[in-house]
Design a protein around this ligand. Structure first.
Ligand code: GAL
Length: 916
């Protein structure tokens, strides 16, 4: 039988929000780029010419791949590749674009190899609102989609593909795809005459939406939300009230506007909202507060504050209407203040903005250690001229906000609630191991807590509008956010970002754009327009506007907060020339390294985990961060990146498919360098980490080849296999190393650096590192031990921190539980070289939906239930079926020759409610 609403939250009887997550039908067509992109598709030879206005920068390895990046799509009309050895501008790389008049490309003799298609064929015709689908076609209401796959949102169609060497490197060698989605749903008869909206939080990309066989419209960006007013006069007649409606959505990820993996498909929520004609405008409640700074308590947890709600009300009804607007502020469930206003919308189909003032008294401040949140409940009640029976609330909305102060000082950096706070941030893309970009809302908290574990306190949403769920999680967890717009020069995108996000206390910086995404014909003028949009929609937010673009840099900057894009060596000089402008490292380091690897291997695509590797524009962790942590005028910084992500495999290429920039690997496991961050981000906790491992091959026992499943001990040799460079990360000031109880001496540890013992002869046994808080201390402040382990005997499984210990997974078919599995020896110690193929299985009402291991060269599909351990670790991801019933699932990990591991996972009752 057809599906009715997928019910989520009823904010009040007056407003109903439905999240359409279930029972979608999906069919895809994959378009791997042709092996040989025929030259005839690009008849115009543009060699040694430069074409301006090309928007897409692909990180590919050669001219042929650059050409292929363009040739899969009719809408890509020009490609250009900077031949090695030439100083092309704007960058030594591959650029592609559409809508470019190739005859305007100019001679430069600068080394560009390029071709184009002249002025044709141009973009394919796109359906326009009102266009009808042909009878029986896939988007018509009557189409038989029984053979299509059933899927639940969020969904990433690209991650389901096969890693392919000819696909775009920067997108992780996963071929782009075209996807078609269909969904049957019922609009209740009672919604007739109401205000009805259909909203997509994000679909990647170039979406075209049809309702009952008629085109509602399209949306280009994969990162910005979009929606349709189904109750609008010209659309309402398409809606079947009290009956089944058919939604059909076409998405196309072929022409990307990014140089990283951005997935494809409907990867965020789709919502249907029904309200009476008198209702709050979408994102129309603005809840800024102002704190009396001098009243902030010594522990920075309370202060006197006022709230200044500004509320947009819309009347879709047929005549004038007057109403009461009641705003109630509550904290921990108790009312702390209210305001009541009377409004009048004199004309039908009109709107009004009401401003109120609410004294919050002594407010509980939002901070990193105390993320206090308030609720503003706004209630609209019609007064005249409605029937008495109708004088109930017309619309009710809950808006979460926090009260806090922020200040960026040009000399002393960032202050949160009056306290100097270094921003210890990292930039992140959206994807995660096993799931791609289809990250369930509830998992966003885990992505943040994994960063908090090593002491990070901020997230830069690189380089796009984040999901709502990420911001909600940051609010709840006390995590600061740099909220980034995707394109400069598109003020409408900026308006969506600000209106949607302005009530989140976690957001402390608005960002115009990143690097090439800032480039327009006049980026400064466009930046100023965007800043105008920000000030219009967040006039009381007091958030500085920044960007990650050095050309917007300099004492004449238009930015409130100068963002340094790497350029570590220029901090002091720039600060001297612009001493009144606050500064932050908007992007830094890009150090790369893999967990458990201790030498570079271009053939397998692995990079050493010693912190020695970075691209020409970046720095090692130690160099990048000591420059920030030793300068009080630097407000903080954002490491590129917190998590590894798909795509941008730098410095190698195929078979390497993922980046290795992350502080964490893509499965969330700690690399050695994570311990450096932990030591200096959490200096109050004495910490020591000695690495690499101490289970090396000896001449008598040759090393097993890397990444081949092995029984027992799998080793990886160093270059000579006999000596090992031992590094110690600690926040102590001295460290001492003992090999089999013999001291190798005590060394000073320079702050933000490490202690190193080079070429230590390998003798099986035990290495202990001791760190000391003060020079000459006798008692170590912390220690760490590595030992030569025995053969692998068992798997050990533990739930990752995305579920609280003992917590249950909702039976909703959307949320997931993560399990970390280690390959251990008889003494329970991690076997560092183990690469056993680990299979996950579930008994009970659920399924394995993905796996990961952090290996940036693994071509095992993300959704596969089995995967080799990578240096002894592997991640399994499970989901409970959407039965709604409480139950138990047993999750098992097994590998040939090892004792399996099992965990029981409680499944809790739940409606089909992915998010409240
Ligand atoms: C930056 C860019 C990032 C990423 C990074 C790799 O310049 O902003 O998106 O490409 O380089 O180091």
């Amino acid at each position: 039988m057809l599906t009715l609403f997928d019910f989520i939250a009823v904010a009040a009887a007056a407003r109903t929000d439905y999240i359409l997550s279930y029972d979608w039908k999906f069919a895809s067509e994959s378009f791997p780029k042709p092996e040989n992109c025929s030259a005839s598709k690009f008849p115009v030879d543009l060699t040694d010419k430069q074409c301006f206005g090309l928007k897409n920068q692909a990180q590919v390895a050669d001219e042929e791949t650059c050409r292929q990046t363009c040739c899969g799509s009719d809408e890509c009309t020009v490609w250009q590749w900077c031949r090695p050895g030439h100083a092309c501008s704007p960058a030594n790389s591959c650029w592609t674009g559409d809508d470019v008049d190739v005859y305007s490309c100019t001679s430069t003799q600068s080394g560009w190899a390029s071709s184009g298609r002249g002025n044709g064929p141009g973009p394919a015709p796109t359906p326009q609102p009102g266009d009808k689908c042909a009878d029986g076609s896939w988007c018509s209401a009557s189409y038989d989609d029984a053979a299509w796959r059933n899927i639940t949102l969020p969904h990433d169609m690209v991650v389901e593909g096969v890693f392919t060497e000819t696909a775009d490197k920067s997108h992780g060698y996963l071929p782009s795809a075209i996807g078609r989605y269909r969904k049957r749903f019922e609009v209740p008869a009672s919604a007739h005459g109401m205000h009805v909206r259909l909203d997509f939080e994000g679909a990647m990309a170039k979406s075209i939406v049809y309702l009952n066989g008629v085109c509602l419209g399209g949306h280009g960006s994969g990162y910005t939300p979009f929606g349709f007013e189904l109750s609008a006069a010209n659309v309402s007649k398409l809606v079947r009230y009290g009956a089944t409606n058919v939604l059909a959505v076409h998405v196309d990820s072929q022409v990307d506007d990014s140089w990283w993996y951005d997935g494809g498909g409907i990867y965020r929520n789709v919502c249907l909202t029904v309200t009476p004609p008198l209702h709050f405008e979408q994102w129309g409640v603005y809840a800024p507060s102002i704190v009396a700074e001098h009243t902030i308590s010594v522990d920075a947890t309370t202060a006197q504050a006022m709230l200044y709600p500004s509320i947009e009300v819309v009347n879709d009804g047929p005549g004038a209407i007057s109403f009461t607007l009641t705003s109630i502020v509550s904290f921990g469930g108790a009312e702390v203040g209210r305001a009541v206003s009377v409004g009048l919308i004199a004309t039908a189909q009109d709107r009004a903005t009401l401003n109120q003032t609410i004294d919050l008294g002594t407010a509980h401040l939002w901070g990193i250690t105390h993320p206090n949140l308030y609720t503003l409940t706004t209630i609209l009640t019609p007064i005249e001229p409605v029937e008495a029976a109708d004088t109930q609330a017309s619309d009710v909305l809950n808006t979460t906000f926090g009260v806090r102060t922020i200040r960026f000082d040009a000399t002393n950096g960032f202050f949160l609630n009056g306290q100097a706070t270094k921003i210890l941030g990292c930039a992140n893309h959206q994807d995660i191991a096993g799931l791609g970009t289809a990250v369930p809302d509830a998992l966003q908290a885990y992505r943040i807590t994994a960063l908090q574990e090593f002491g990070a306190n901020a997230w830069r949403t690189a380089h796009n509008q984040p999901s709502k769920a990420l911001l909600e999680a940051a609010d709840r967890l006390g995590f600061l956010v740099w909220d980034e717009n995707h394109h400069n020069g598109q003020p409408y995108e900026m308006e969506l970002l600000i209106r949607r996000d302005r009530n989140h206390p976690s957001i402390v910086i608005w960002s115009l754009c990143n690097e090439v995404l800032c480039e327009t014909n006049n980026k400064t003028a466009d930046g100023l327009i965007a800043m105008g949009v920000i000030h219009k929609w967040d006039p009381l937010g007091n958030r500085p506007v920044s960007a990650n673009n050095n050309d917007l840099n300099g004492p004449q900057t238009i930015l409130d907060l100068q963002g340094f894009d790497y350029a570590t060596g220029s901090y002091d000089d720039w600060h001297k020339r612009a001493p009144t402008i606050p500064a932050i490292s908007s992007e830094t380091s890009s150090a790369y390294g893999d967990r458990g690897e201790y030498k570079n291997d271009p053939a397998s695509g692995h990079v050493t985990g010693y912190d020695t590797e970075n691209p020409s524009w970046g720095q090692t962790t130690e160099v990048a961060w000591s420059a920030i942590l030793t300068r009080s005028f630097m407000s903080g910084g954002f490491t590129w990146t917190g998590w590894d992500y798909k795509g941008e495999p730098t410095p190698y290429q195929w078979p390497n498919i993922n980046s290795h920039f992350g502080i964490l690997d893509i499965a969330g496991f700690w690399k050695d360098r994570t311990y450096w961050y932990s030591a200096y981000y959490k200096p109050e906790q004495p910490q020591t980490h000695v690495f690499p491992h101490w289970s090396w091959a000896t001449a008598a026992e040759p090393a097993a080849p890397h990444r081949v499943p092995c029984e027992g001990l799998c080793h990886r040799t160093q270059s000579n296999g006999q000596t090992v460079d031992l590094w110690v990360y600690t926040n102590g000031v001295e460290a001492e190393l003992f090999v089999n109880n013999a001291s190798l001496g005590r060394k000073p540890v320079a702050k933000y650096s490490h202690a190193q013992w080079s070429a230590v002869p390998y003798v099986a046994g035990r290495v202990e590192a001791r760190s000391y808080a003060q020079v000459g201390d006798v008692e170590p402040s912390s220690t760490d031990v590595i030992e030569t382990v025995g053969p692998a005997t068992a798997l050990v499984m533990r739930p990752a921190a995305n579920l609280a210990p003992g917590a249950a997974l909702p039976a909703n078919g959307v949320d997931v539980a993560f399990f970390h599995v280690s390959v251990v020896d008889a003494a329970g110690r991690l076997v560092p070289g183990a690469a056993h193929n680990v299979t996950f299985s579930v008994s009970g009402p659920g399924a394995v939906v993905g796996t990961g291991n952090g290996d940036p060269s693994s071509h095992v599909p993300d959704h596969a239930p089995a995967r080799p351990a990578y240096h002894g670790l592997v991640l399994g991801i499970v989901k409970a079926d959407d039965t709604g019933e409480a139950a138990e699932m047993n999750v098992t990990a097994s590998a040939m020759g090892l004792t399996p591991a099992m965990q029981t996972l409680k499944v809790e009752r739940g409606e089909r409610k992915p998010r409240l």
